[in-house]
Design a protein around this ligand. Structure first.
Ligand SMILES: NC(=O)c1ccc[n+]([C@@H]2O[C@H](COP(=O)([O-])OP(=O)(O)OC[C@H]3O[C@@H](n4cnc5c(N)ncnc54)[C@H](OP(=O)(O)O)[C@@H]3O)[C@@H](O)[C@H]2O)c1
Length: 411
């Protein structure tokens, strides 16, 4: 028990050190005096994370990694000294542990500059990306995006908390984002919010002759013909599946078929068509699907067919994202005023801005609602269902049987 408490306290000591590292990294991109030092780090790697040359790599260790560790150690030592003088030295041992932890990175960086202890550079291990970007801890795919997606995002080195706070855990800058249900109320609001966030939105619509304004490419599609979009989706970074209908008050066989066809089956087929376009290693890092399932997954919508069809697509996503080749987010929205829900209370533009802000903080389940219960019931439902699905279903294995060795064979 005592040992557990000590280990927990020791772990806590690394958090301030990691926060200092992340802000030093932000400074490396924004503060002129250290920009060129940090730049040596960016110049050292190719897109497959192999070294440009050992000389460039070694230089980056001395110009970036060693100073970073010294800054982490120095700020930690100043804080520990101040705390020691104020509260007594015994109470500051965890801070000193943080200092030792920080300086340890400097020692590893010096060793790497001599071609030793290369295994210590976990986030720059060369080779294809084998995992999706992780949520709480920085993995190779998460960090790859800092090098090759946007240098102005993904600053974190070990824990992702600082990026979540800064809104730099997902960059939309320059990303091609296709939105279904584009002519609808939320569809239009999303196109606007995405543009403001620096993305290049594309409208996917089932309607003919709709004007989306200048510089928004438009592609038509119909449920049942999702596959025809594949070549278009190959060039899309993020697909937002947003279309939906509400067969309120209906229970005829035709209404059941229509609700499931539009809200569940076409959304699922579209998602699978998009996932088939994840063919390159970099797609693991760059491609995403967001699916608008609605808070009807856990709350009554006073429309049985709407709830049933939205819960079905919600469950399919929970199941599929256990081993999907890229990130899949859910949009879990409360009532907003639209053609589908004329009595909704929220404004669609507010909802769209909320979605974008939460996505930039890497929320995988983006909840925007005025119903406080959803913030409790949805995560509980999602975690328990996901656990249940994991226990009683199996994912596809790679031909070599190993999950870590590029399970979907990305090039
Ligand atoms: N409003 C709410 O309170 C609320 C709450 C939670 C979640 N949602 C969800 O948010 C999404 C957007 O809804 P909204 O409120 O903005 O409604 P909306 O204004 O009615 O927009 C829905 C859009 O879906 C597309 N659509 C309609 N019928 C279709 C069909 N048969 N097949 C394929 N696409 C069809 C249409 O866009 P195109 O003509 O461009 O194809 C339509 O404009 C829906 O998935 C909805 O379930 C809404």
């Amino acid at each position: 028990m005592v040992a557990t408490v000590w280990i927990a306290l020791a772990l806590v000591s690394v958090v301030p050190a990691e926060v200092i590292r992340d802000f030093y990294h932000v400074a490396g991109h924004t503060w002129e005096p250290i920009k060129q030092w940090h730049n040596t780090h960016h110049k050292a790697f190719r897109k497959d994370l192999t070294m440009v040359s050992f000389e460039a790599f070694s230089k980056a260790q001395w110009c970036n990694d060693v100073p970073e560790s010294l800054v982490m150690g120095a700020i930690g030592a100043i804080a520990a000294t101040g705390a020691g003088m104020a509260f007594g030295w015994v109470s500051t041992w965890t801070l000193w542990l943080g200092v030792i932890y920080s300086l340890g990175f400097g020692v590893a960086a010096i060793a790497r500059s001599q071609n030793r202890m290369m295994w210590t550079d976990l986030t720059h291990e060369p080779g294809p990306l084998t995992d999706n970007p992780a949520r709480w801890f920085v993995n190779r795919t998460y960090h790859w995006r800092h090098h090759f997606d946007s240098g102005n995002a993904y600053y974190c080195g070990t824990l992702t908390a600082v990026d979540k706070i800064l809104g730099t855990a997902l960059s939309l800058q320059g990303k091609t984002v296709a939105v279904t249900g584009a002519s609808g109320t939320l569809g239009r609001a999303l196109l606007k919010a995405l543009k403001v966030a620096g993305a290049r939105p594309i409208a996917l619509t089932t309607s003919a002759n709709v004007d989306f304004g200048p510089r928004i490419p438009v592609h038509q599609w119909q449920p049942g013909q999702e596959h025809e979009l594949q070549s278009k989706l190959a060039n899309v970074d993020i697909l937002i599946i947003n279309h939906g209908i509400n067969e309120a008050g209906e229970r005829s066989p035709e209404a059941i078929a229509k609700a499931y066809e539009v809200n569940t089956m076409s959304a699922w087929r579209l998602m699978e068509t998009f996932l088939d376009t994840v063919t390159l290693s970099k797609h693991r890092a760059l491609k995403e699907v967001w699916v608008n399932t609605s808070e009807a997954e856990v709350q009554p919508a006073f429309s049985p067919l709407y709830e049933m069809s939205k819960r079905a697509i919600g469950d399919i996503i929970t199941l599929r994202r256990l081993d999907a080749p890229c990130v899949i987010r859910k949009l879990v929205l409360g009532p907003f005023k639209s053609n589908l829900n004329p009595v909704g209370v929220m404004d669609a533009n507010f909802v769209a801005r909320g979605i974008v802000e939460l996505a930039k903080r890497d929320f995988r389940d983006i909840i925007v609602t005025i119903n406080p219960l959803t913030y409790v019931t949805f995560p509980l439902k999602e975690v328990s269902k996901s656990l249940y699905f994991r226990m009683f279903s199996k994912g596809k294995r790679s031909p070599h049987g190993s999950k870590a060795s590029n399970p979907i064979g990305l090039k």
